[in-house]
Ligand binder design. Sequence first.
Ligand SMILES: *Cc1c(COP(=O)(O)O)cnc(C)c1O
Length: 387
Amino acid sequence: MKYFETEAIRTQAERSQFSEHSTPLYLTSSFIFDDAEDMRASFAEEKEKNLYSRFSNPNTSEFVEKVCKLEGAESGYAFATGMAAIFSTLGALLNAGDHVVSCRSVFGSSHTLFTKFFPKWNISTSYFKVNEVDIIESLIQPNTKILFAETPTNPAVDILDLKFLGEIAKKHNLLLVIDNCFATPYLQQPIKFGADLVIHSATKLIDGQGRVLGGITIGKASLIREIYLFSRNTGPAMSPFNAWVLSKSLETLSVRVDRHCENALKIAIFLEDHPRVELVKYPFLKSHPQYKIAKQQMKLGGNIVAFEISGGIISGRQFLDKIKMCSLSANLGDTRTIVTHPASTTHSKLSTEDRLEVGITAGLVRVSVGLENSKDIIDDLKQALES
Ligand SMILES: *Cc1c(COP(=O)(O)O)cnc(C)c1O
């Protein structure tokens, strides 16, 4: 097997004595041993055996194995949420006194972790903006250990050049850690460009149906081993139930994401032609500032479209109030199209200056394009723009 779709469907936990076709749910907190020797050897890791579901479980192992195959990773570990994956990965690898270089446009909670919590352990962070990647090398210090970034970024849908980041990390002996949530394993495989570790919030497009939370880190086996030892003792493991749901979700990831991207491109083109829209950001629109890089590293443009509505904050809020079908929600990557206006909602606590640092202008609207018929999505956006 070598094709994405086939691996996503045919990678399965070993069948039990019941010869099930679809992997069953293994709701068990622990596993039993034949005798004292079996138990000793299992705990000594002389055998590969499930001991306790905080360490591993057939459902989480199937989910991890699948994502590793899809992204070309050696190993991985599944977490309860995307943030558990980010915290545990960095927590396992960083020591007091270490330094991180990160893009400023990262998920809000990642930024909070870097600025509010890591300083408690004397771990510091320096930021570069998406449009100033040429200063990255000047931010590197003797104690810098990790280069962290997310692409496409949230919510402004900017693109960072993964090959370029991979080269810098290699040259300076840093670990490159990429939050690949917006792209999914289907659209982008950062390991090919030199990433040491890749993190996903599986809550988003991997589940894709707004049901469960989850996270995963995959990458080099030696690093995953450190992350595993940290995590099996600190407890952020994914539940077997969520792993079962998410592993099934992966079976349909490619068809879902194909349609998400097809819809998103249609919506981006519609918005680009609309007189009330000042600017549209979508990686696969020729007008996107990093269109060429997006084409090199992504299979398709993803499901997030950002646009600037004329009239600023007030127009953004009015636009949300006029929306009839699409959902107003904080999630993304659902079957249902979701519309948000970051300046008046998710990012309203930030100062205007801080918002601009991550590309959130007053009239920026983010659309997580769903799987409804694209004509219905366009009709809803159109009536909200025009009323
Ligand atoms: C949602 C999200 C996260 C956090 O994931 P949770 O599953 O909500 O903890 C991290 N990074 C990105 C880019 C996200 O969109």
